[in-house]
Write a protein that binds this ligand. Structure first.
Ligand SMILES: *Cc1c(COP(=O)(O)O)cnc(C)c1O
Length: 224
């Protein structure tokens, strides 16, 4: 193996404070890399393409907790609904409804995060804070028995300015507190703040992250 997956994984885990979970982002990496991390004890992995994920799920250990972290088209939900543990990037009511519908067919409750768009970049997906407020305020989600909203997810801007990144994390953390108080005060499951990637996860855990999504630092550069 060209890349010391086990060593890198240990290093990342060693830098995470207690209570912060690692989602090892394995997209575009081969099964042998995932198996190496698995042997080291890692059980939570994240993927962003439905077909690639489905292939991996078939051939890898069944006790892996798979997170879908990419932009998910509604017509793809049905393929991952039987097994996905968490869908991290829910950015519309339409998608949330579809997840609820497909989860019901399998008699499951699928955990989801609402994805926020806070970064300065135009291209990133996600709900603006106001769109997220509106979705929660309208309340249709309360009737959905087969999804559980477990928190928020976001990506900071891809910049070198640590102050900007930190301030985006803080914005997300304040927004988490706002919606937690308003809609989820009695819901212990609403507890996740998924932020921090390879280049900013150490900063993220100083700014409220409970779940970091780290790929490159563990598995090396992706070959597309
Ligand atoms: C690819 C990806 C990651 C991991 O990025 P790295 O820089 O390789 O750590 C995290 N989150 C999302 C949403 C991604 O698409």
């Amino acid at each position: 193996m060209e890349y010391d997956v086990k060593g890198n994984l240990r290093e990342v885990l060693g830098l995470l404070p207690e209570g912060v979970r690692l989602v090892a982002i394995s997209k575009f990496h081969p099964n042998e890399y995932i198996e190496a991390a698995y042997e080291e004890g890692q059980r939570v992995f994240g993927e962003s393409h439905e077909q690639e994920l489905s292939r991996k799920v078939e051939s890898l250990p069944k006790d892996i907790e798979w997170h879908f972290i990419g932009h998910l088209q509604t017509n793809k939900v049905k393929y991952i609904a039987p097994y996905i543990a968490m869908i991290e990037a829910v950015d519309s009511l339409k998608l949330l409804k579809e997840i609820n519908k497909q989860a019901a067919k399998h008699d499951r409750v699928i955990k989801v995060l609402l994805e926020l768009h806070i970064a300065a970049e135009e291209t990133k997906y996600g709900l603006t804070l106001d769109a997220c407020r509106q979705l929660l305020e309208e309340g249709e989600w309360k009737e959905m028995k087969n999804v559980q909203i477990c928190g928020l997810m976001m990506m900071a801007s891809h910049v070198d300015d640590q102050h900007q990144i930190a301030s985006e994390f803080d914005t997300a953390a304040r927004f988490f507190d706002e919606v937690k108080a308003k809609y989820f005060a009695d819901c212990p499951a609403f507890c996740e703040r998924s932020w921090g990637m390879s280049h900013d996860y150490q900063l993220a855990v100083q700014h409220g992250s409970t779940m970091v999504r780290v790929g490159t630092t563990i598995f090396g550069p992706r070959v597309y």
